[in-house]
Design a protein around this ligand. Sequence first.
Ligand SMILES: Nc1ncnc2c1ncn2[C@@H]1O[C@H](COP(=O)(O)OP(=O)(O)OP(=O)(O)O)[C@@H](O)[C@H]1O
Length: 243
Amino acid sequence: MFLKRISLMREQVPDFSQYPFDIPSIASFDQLNLASPVTFFVGENGSGKSTLLEAIADKCGFNTAGGGRNNTYETHAAESELGDYVRLSWMPKVSNGFFMRAESFYHFASHIDELQRDGNDAYRSYGGRSLHAQSHGESFLSLFMNRFNGQAIYLLDEPEAALSPQRQLTFLRIMHELAEEEECQFIIATHSPILLGYPGAQILSFDGGAIEEIGYEETDHFKITKYFLDHREKFLKELLEEE
Ligand SMILES: Nc1ncnc2c1ncn2[C@@H]1O[C@H](COP(=O)(O)OP(=O)(O)OP(=O)(O)O)[C@@H](O)[C@H]1O
C-alpha cells in the first residue's frame, strides 16, 4: 500500500461553521492512519464520505468529476473545497490511479468516446468498445478489469451502484487480485454489506460525528441486512404497521 495517512491541516481551516468543515465527521477530523490495502468509508447518507474521498482524489491530482490524472474534461460538479486543507502521507508515492464516482460515470463515458473520436485508441482500456454501449454494470466491470492495474491507488464512490449481487462478488474477486498480486490500494465509500465483507479490510465509520474504525459485524449495513433477512416478515410488519 502507498497512502499511509490522511490529515486535516486544522490550523489553516478558515471557518468550521462553513461547508465542508461543518460536517460533523470533518469538523472533528484530525488524522487517519490507513492500515490495509483496502479501506472502506461507511456511514449514513450525508455523513461526509464522498466529501473526504473527493478531497483525496483532488490531492492525488485526479479529475474530481471522475477519472485519472490525464482525464481532463469539464463538468459542473467538480470543485473540492476540502482538498486544499488535506495532507496525504505516502510511502512510497504513486501517481497512478483513478477516482470513480457512480453519479458522474455517464460524463466520463462521453469523455472516453470523445478521445476515441479524436483518433486515440481510448476504448482499449475499457474493454474495446464505448462505455455507453455497455450496460451500467458491465461498464463498471470493464473499467475495473481493463483500466485498473498495478502500483496505483483507486478511489471508488459507491461502486456497487450498478452491480447485481453476483457482480459485486465478481468485483470482490477482481479487487482481491489487484490488491494481492498487483499491489493496488483501494479506498471505497460503500453501502454494500457484500463489499464490506472483504477479508482484512479496514472499515472507517463516519457516523456519530467522528471517523472511527469499526468491525464488520458492528456496521449498520451488516446488522440491518442480517436482521432483515433473518426476520423479514416480523421486521416488515413492525415497520409498516408502526403508527
Ligand atoms: N456543495 C455543497 N454545499 C453545501 N453542503 C453540501 C455540498 N455538498 C454536500 N453537502 C452536504 O455535505 C454533507 C456530506 O455530503 P457527502 O456527499 O459527503 O455525504 P456522503 O456520506 O457521501 O453521503 P451518501 O452516502 O448519501 O453519498 C451532506 O449533508 C450534504 O448535504
